[in-house]
Design a protein around this ligand. Structure first.
Ligand SMILES: O=C(O)CNC(=O)[C@H](CS)NC(=O)CCC(=O)C(=O)O
Length: 282
């Protein structure tokens, strides 16, 4: 069964979209040089800004960051996951944007778009206060898995990692690789990042690929530690704090063996749980 190299690009970005793209381009080219068939960029790979909705763009626009990456994917012949770009959407409150995970194939076509569903609005006194809901519109649907040469890829973003219902649903829809492109905060990253990502890998028996932002922007610092985790929970790559490319091998045969040896999908007692549609949602 298929075995392929994937790359995670750890980035440090500013509010200059062209400069950020130049960094992303170097990392994508380095991914290709190292044999990756698909490379993953973090959430906010387009930019980080205090007033980000002003810089967001419509995805179809020829001048948009996504169109630059489509051209790059085509010329480098590599699949690219743009883990989270800020985009405007017709019909939305135009003072806000969506955070969208865009997958581009190796001929430069967009094959899937997922809008971040769980927005990070938290207040932990002395640690972190962020209100993503002030500037973003949440997505309202799970995007089906995307068939790629590395396997069936599930699109998620950052804070989604704290909601295992979502990865569980994507596993039921055939996911083999869960992706959590992120811009994690330092305090929550220290406490939770590795544990959350390894848990999602172990309980779904999927590979987990999480490209992350590192570095500082204004008062914000990002945790870094882009990871690739295998379906047994082993960390195959950890990028630490630096900007750069890390690679790992995705082996669907190994994943199949793990699923056969411990068939947790067959052992799941669905009858124990209430229908999710009847649960309270805020
Ligand atoms: O604002 C931007 O442009 C980039 N996006 C982010 O930084 C996002 C939204 S504020 N960060 C997270 O979701 C962190 C989640 C997190 O750290 C946790 O779950 O602990």
């Amino acid at each position: 069964m298929a075995k392929s190299i994937v790359a995670v690009c750890q980035m440090a970005v500013s509010d200059d979209k062209l400069e950020n793209f130049k960094q992303g381009k170097l990392l994508v080219c380095e991914s290709k040089r190292r044999g990756a068939v698909m490379t993953f960029l973090p959430e906010a790979c387009d930019f980080v800004a205090s007033n980000s909705p002003e810089l967001a763009e419509f995805i179809s626009s020829d001048t948009s960051v996504s169109s630059w990456y489509c051209e790059l994917a085509r010329s480098e012949k590599i699949w690219i996951s743009l883990g989270g770009i800020h985009r405007k959407c017709a019909g939305d409150d135009q003072s806000k944007c969506r955070v969208s995970h865009v997958i581009i194939n190796d001929v430069g076509e967009i094959t899937s778009v997922y809008d971040k569903c769980h927005l990070f609005s938290v207040d932990i006194p002395g640690k972190i206060t962020l209100k993503e809901t002030d500037r973003c519109v949440p997505g309202s649907a799970i995007t089906d898995v995307t068939e790629t040469p590395i396997g069936r890829v599930a699109s998620l973003i950052c804070y989604d990692v704290r909601f295992p219902q979502m990865s569980c649903e994507l596993r039921r829809r055939g996911a083999e690789i869960l992706t959590y492109p992120s811009a994690f905060t330092v305090p929550t990253g220290h406490a939770h990042w590795h544990a959350l990502l390894r848990s999602r890998a172990i309980e779904t028996q999927c590979y987990v690929v999480a490209a992350a932002l590192t570095g500082k922007h204004g008062t914000r610092s990002f945790y870094g530690h882009s990871l690739v985790v295998d379906p047994w929970g082993t960390v195959l790559a950890d990028a630490g704090d630096e900007v750069g490319v890390s690679t790992a091998s995705v082996d669907l045969g190994y994943m199949q063996t793990i699923r056969e040896n411990m068939p947790i999908d067959l052992h799941t007692r669905w009858s124990l749980y209430s229908d999710s549609k009847t649960r309270n949602e805020k």
